[in-house]
Every structure is written in C-alpha cells, then in structure tokens.
Design a protein around this ligand. Structure first.
Ligand SMILES: C[S@@+](CC[C@H](N)C(=O)[O-])C[C@H]1O[C@@H](n2cnc3c(N)ncnc32)[C@H](O)[C@@H]1O
Ligand SMILES: [Zn+2]
Length: 388
C-alpha cells in the first residue's frame, strides 16, 4: 500500500496516499482506499480531542476505546494529545488497518500507552465489559449495530461518542431503513437533520436502558455528511427511567408548518392540526436538550488553547451550538415561513430581535444558515413576520 504522512493536531499519521484514491471528478474518496482515512473529518476529530480532554480533567486516568479505528487517527490523537489518558485500545478488523495502526503507535512513541487489536468491534467491546471511560464509535454508515456492545463496555460516568453517516435514513429520505435500524419514524421536514440527530440519541438511550444506563447528550452537531453526538453516562435504573421520560414525538403539519411536541414514550398523539390538516409524526426521539451549554463552553475554551489549524471553523460551529443549546426542539426556515405568510423574506436578525423583544427564546441554528429556533407560539411568529 502506498502511504504518506499527515499531521493532525500534535499527531503524525501514516495514511493511505490520498493522491492514489481519487474519483473521476478528482475528489478524494476514502471508501476507495484499503484503509479508511478521511481528511475531511479532521474538524470532527479535533472537537473530539477537546471533548476527551474535558472528560479526562474530570475523571483522570482515562481508559479509551476506538473500536472502528481505520488508521487509528482518533485513538492515536487521544493518546498523544490528551492529558490524563492512561490507556487507549485501538481496533480494526481489517489486517491492513491493523498494520497502519501499529505504525502510527510507533511513529508517535505511544507503545506504552496504546494497545492495537485486530478483531470484530462487537467481540472486543463485549469482551471488555465496564472497562472504558470513553468509547468512540466511528463506523461506515450506521452505528446501530455497535451501540449495545458499546454500552456494556462503558463505565459509570463515562462518555460515548458516536458518528452516523447514514443521514439519509435518519432524516427521512429512506424512512424504512430508519425504522429498521433505529425503531423510529423520521420525517422529511425543513428541520429533518435535527429530527435525525434526536432519533439517533433516542435510539442509543433505549438501548442503554437495557443496561440500566442513562445517556444524556452534552453535544450534538450535524456537519457535512455526518451527525456526531456525545452522550454522558450515568448508571442506575431510576436515572435511565428519567431520561426515557424525555423521549417523545414531533407532530408536524405540512399544510401550515405548525409542530406539536409530545413528551412521552407512549403518548397520545394529536391527529388534527388547528388548521384542519392531519399531523404527520416523527419518533420516538429525544425531546430534551441535545446539548449542554456548560460542556460546549469547556470544549470551546480547550479548543482556544489548542489552536488547531481549523480553529476558526471549529469556533464558528461550537459558538452556534452554544447559542442554540438552551432552545426548544425544532426550528423554522425563514423562507418557508415567509412563503406561508405571503411576505418577502425578512432578515433573520430582525426576526430574532423581534422575538427576543417579546421575551421569547430566539437564536440561529447550526443545522441551517437560514433557520431560526424559538419557543414563541406559532401565531406570534406569524405576527412578527407580518409586522416586518
Ligand atoms: C469510518 S472508518 C473509521 C475511521 C476512523 N475512525 C478515523 O477517524 O479515521 C470505519 C472502520 O471500521 C472498520 N470496521 C467496520 N466494521 C467493523 C467491525 N465489525 N469490527 C471492526 N472494525 C470494523 C473498517 O475496516 C473501517 O476501517
Ligand atoms: Zn396546520
């Protein structure tokens, strides 16, 4: 295999030579390589490094597992760049990946801190029950097949980070695949990516319930082609029940754009909207807050210290997440609302200012550059659009 060296953060990585794996259009196609390494995920990995640093500061002596590692980019970076990590177990079932993982461990002088494995991720996780403070699931496509084993491998107070690239099923383009994988119904709405993230979180929480484990999201973002979520674990049936109480459904009216949130796992769903049209439903999903403002602020402050090469993009994303963290579920697309009201599209800043002036929560959202989030009743939103 032809390889080359790249730098991410303070880590040097030997990766398949991207020049050798290009599509006809000239894009780098990680899926064509023998061993997976996607340079476009560097931002995601940088944020993960800071998230793991926050956990390490709190728990100390962190034991980390990267069970779907590719070249081992994540695991190697955690071992090299995070203070307070005591062991990193890195695994991939591909023998070529295993070889590169070992090169990367040596290249960074991490033999005493890291352990490379070459087996099925689920076998590895089930064989390490209750051993890890941080498990990072970064698969091709859906993480669903690995959640159960990952929950069993987590310790109390640990953290589970998950990437999902099957955003089409989760966002409603392939609804049947979403039902099959996540036991939930998605909905193709303007906020379908947010619904997808909430469905993913909700699924993980229900799987964790089997282990009497509560998973509470502290950060969630939808970026490029993937969703990324960070879930904090707490042991206990009661705590797990409390988390499940915050699952529910979103009922959406395609005629007028109104949404109703039902905060119950076994709910009585509304059938008819105030406009007379029938509601469509999405769920079950996590209806609570998908982010924790304090956690985001800690990650941001760690990123400020680390000054990664993608710092500006990372600050922009996390500042946006911080702004919307305390907001309610679902957001509105400014064009959609303007079209329904029959007015020309106003400036988003004016809408947000108008809503805040009336005492409501209002923010932009990282899910869409033209979206706004608010807890104002539908009628108030319409009124503000008319008044501008
Ligand atoms: C998306 S890539 C990982 C990328 C890597 N985390 C990174 O940040 O560069 C997914 C990896 O999981 C491996 N994989 C897929 N299914 C697996 C399984 N059941 N057990 C172990 N490894 C698996 C693949 O060989 C591939 O290298
Ligand atoms: Zn309606």
């Amino acid at each position: 295999m032809e390889t080359r060296f790249v730098n991410e953060g303070r880590t040097k990585l030997e990766v398949p030579d991207p020049q050798r794996f290009q599509t006809r259009a000239g894009d780098y196609a990680p899926s064509l390589t023998h061993v997976f390494y996607n340079p476009r995920m560097e931002l995601c990995r940088d944020i993960s490094v800071s998230a793991v640093q926050i956990l390490a500061k709190e728990l100390g002596n962190l034991r980390v597992c990267d069970p779907l590692a590719g070249v081992g980019a994540r695991g190697t970076r955690y071992a090299k760049e995070v203070e307070g990590v005591s062991k990193v177990l890195v695994n991939d079932r591909s023998s070529e990946a295993f070889e590169l993982i070992n090169h990367n461990i040596e290249l960074n002088g991490l033999i005493s801190l890291m352990e490379a494995h070459n087996e099925d991720a689920n076998t590895l996780l089930w064989g390490n029950r209750g051993r890890f403070d941080f498990v990072d699931l970064d698969p091709f496509g859906s993480p669903a097949p690995f959640i159960d084993a990952a929950c069993s491998a987590l310790i109390r107070k640990g953290m589970l980070a998950i990437t999902a690239t099957d955003t089409a099923p989760l966002s409603g383009t392939h609804a049947r695949a979403c039902l099959r994988r996540y036991g939930a119904k998605p909905l193709k709405t303007e906020y379908c990516h947010e619904l997808g993230v909430r469905i993913l979180i909700g699924f993980c929480q229900r799987v964790a319930g089997k282990h009497d484990l509560a998973l509470t999201p502290v950060l969630a973002h939808a970026t490029q082609h993937y969703f990324r979520i960070y879930l904090r674990a707490q042991k206990g049936a009661q705590r797990s029940d409390e988390v499940l109480k915050q699952q529910g459904y979103v009922s959406h009216c395609y005629a007028c754009g109104r949404r109703v949130l039902s905060h119950k796992l076994v709910p009585e769903l509304p059938t008819t909207c105030e406009c007379g049209n029938q509601f469509s439903h999405a769920g079950p999903l996590w209806a609570g807050k998908p982010m924790d403002l304090k956690f985001i602020q800690k990650v941001l402050s760690d990123l400020r210290e680390k000054k990664f090469k993608l710092a500006q993009e990372e600050f922009a994303l996390l500042n946006q997440c911080a702004e919307e963290a305390e907001g309610p579920p679902t957001f509105y697309e400014i064009d959609e609302v303007a079209k329904r009201v029959g007015v020309s599209t106003p400036k988003i800043a004016k809408i947000i200012a108008g809503l805040r002036k009336q005492g409501y929560f209002a923010s932009r959202t990282h899910f869409s550059g033209t979206g706004f989030r608010t807890d104002a009743p539908f009628g108030i939103i319409i009124g503000i659009f008319r008044s501008l």
